[in-house]
Design a protein around this ligand. Structure first.
Ligand code: HEM
Length: 433
């Protein structure tokens, strides 16, 4: 797998890899100003300001509105309807909230169906810049800022729906890794919402409406908020740097269709588990980053730990982020230039299927007690099969990864990302029918 240059959008979701310094293709800014906006799936809803609160136009009106040429704006929308949910291969928007919810005691398939019915309608409206019918602040919905909401279900959902026999084998807790110090606060839940947008206002509003809309059908267990580089006219094109200052997200599977079998269930032509063709899986790991001890590491130790330069993310054996690392290279003393225990060397695939699409978000929450920081990564990975693709990578990192000196996984959960809802369909329809 090689780092890939920005891809042209494919289908109704888009992903553009930040290309600053990579020397590949147009910068994100250039892409955003041109083809991306005009591509299917993003509409710059110039008429949004004129939308009536709670209007009941056709469900697809905002997303199917002819796309105007011009920059992505706060009025831009991403299409909800389609064979796959948005928010998987969509370029990560700068703000996110992950909400874990549980079904009530005694929930059954009817509960699951009603929840999905409510969310399908509300998400479609929110993503199209129209608030849910019960929206009390509809003006907030009129500024969707490329909102996407992605729904995932955990093993508890299958149990409630009486579908355990159809649950994919991988929809189970991850093995316990030696580095884990899991806090039950961030435990596995029955369902999850991934809410992302260019604006924290849009994320907060959509999150609130969906959690309130679920009402007695599901109740919130945790919320994990995250952020990346804000996408402004002047800053666009900057790569995502995590709170350790590292460029994060350079090596990723391509999202132009080439690696679909690694990303989407059923794309490998094997018989998919019931109702999951067109779905994926989402692993959420909350990883605390110790900023105080990281402060004490010098630049050489920091670059050695990751195996990449801090200034531009190039491997220590190269000059550009997209250069292939030379794992055989030795320094003057005969030591590997890229440390055997560096994150780069330990995370890179050991088999052709060991690829995951990472969409991490930084968090920087208020610290408790005398701590100065409460900082880390909401590490999110999408893949067709987490046991086959994610677990071997995480096992290697747990066995030896210099980054473990400063990082500690404190939360872990796994969800099946439902397929998208086609016209007239409800999320999870094929699973729950
Ligand atoms: C706080 C925790 C973590 C931090 C700060 C971190 C940071 C980074 C950075 C800076 C890179 C190099 C640039 C890039 O290719 O994106 C990287 C690469 C990578 N990381 Fe992590 N990472 C973390 C946790 C994880 C976890 C939990 C996994 C999966 C189990 C993972 C999997 C990968 C993979 C697959 C690569 C690409 C390796 C390659 O093929 O070159 N990382 N990470």
């Amino acid at each position: 797998m090689v780092p890939h240059p920005p891809k042209r959008p494919d289908g109704d979701e888009q992903r553009v890899i930040p290309s600053a310094g990579s020397g590949h293709g147009p910068g994100r800014r250039a892409v955003l100003r041109g083809g991306l906006v005009a591509a299917a799936g993003i509409a710059t809803t110039g008429a949004v300001a004129g939308c009536q609160a709670g209007s009941t136009g056709s469900s697809a009106d905002a997303s199917s509105r002819p796309a105007a040429a011009g920059p992505v704006t706060r009025a831009s929308t991403i299409t909800f309807r389609g064979a796959r949910q948005a928010g998987v291969v969509t370029e990560p928007q700068p703000f996110a909230a992950f909400v874990g919810l549980d079904l009530p005691k005694g929930a059954d398939r009817d509960t699951c169906q009603r929840l999905m019915g409510v969310w399908t309608d509300d998400i479609e409206r929110l993503m199209a810049a129209r608030g849910p019918l019960t929206d009390l602040e509809p003006e907030l919905a009129q500024v969707p800022s490329r909102l996407t909401v992605t729904v995932g279900v955990g093993s508890g959902f299958y149990a409630a729906a009486g579908l355990v026999a159809h649950r994919p084998n991988w929809l189970a807790p991850l093995p316990r890794f030696g580095i884990d110090r899991l806090d039950p606060t961030w435990r596995q839940t029955d369902v999850v919402l991934q809410v992302r947008a260019d604006s924290p206002v849009a994320v907060a509003h959509a999150t609130r409406r969906l959690v309130v809309g679920a009402d007695t059908l599901a109740s919130q267990v945790w919320v994990q908020r995250g952020f990346r580089e804000p996408l402004t006219e002047t800053d666009a094109g900057l790569p995502f740097r995590n709170q350790f200052g590292q460029i994060d997200g350079t090596v990723q599977p391509a999202t132009d269709g080439t690696h679909d079998p690694l990303l989407w269930i059923g794309a490998d032509q094997q018989a998919p588990p019931k109702g999951l063709a067109g779905g994926s899986s989402m692993v959420i790991r909350r990883i605390a980053m110790n900023m105080d001890t990281w402060d004490r590491a010098d630049r050489i130790a920091r670059e050695n730990a990751i195996g990449r330069r801090l200034d531009n993310g190039a491997p220590l054996t190269g000059t550009k982020p997209t250069d292939h690392p030379d794992l055989q290279a030795k320094d003057a003393l005969g030591f590997p230039v890229i440390d055997d225990a560096s994150h780069l060397r330990r995370a890179m695939p050991a088999a052709p299927h060991e690829h995951i699409l990472r969409a991490p978000y930084s968090y920087d929450d208020p610290p408790a007690g005398t701590a100065r920081t409460n900082t880390g990564l909401v590490f999110v990975a999408f893949q067709a099969d987490p046991v086959r693709q994610f677990v071997p990578i995480q096992r290697r990192l747990a066995e030896a990864d210099l980054m473990n000196i400063w990082t500690t996984p404190i939360g872990s959960s796994v969800y099946a990302v439902l397929p998208g809802a086609g016209s007239g369909e409800t999320l999870g329809q094929a699973l729950l029918s």
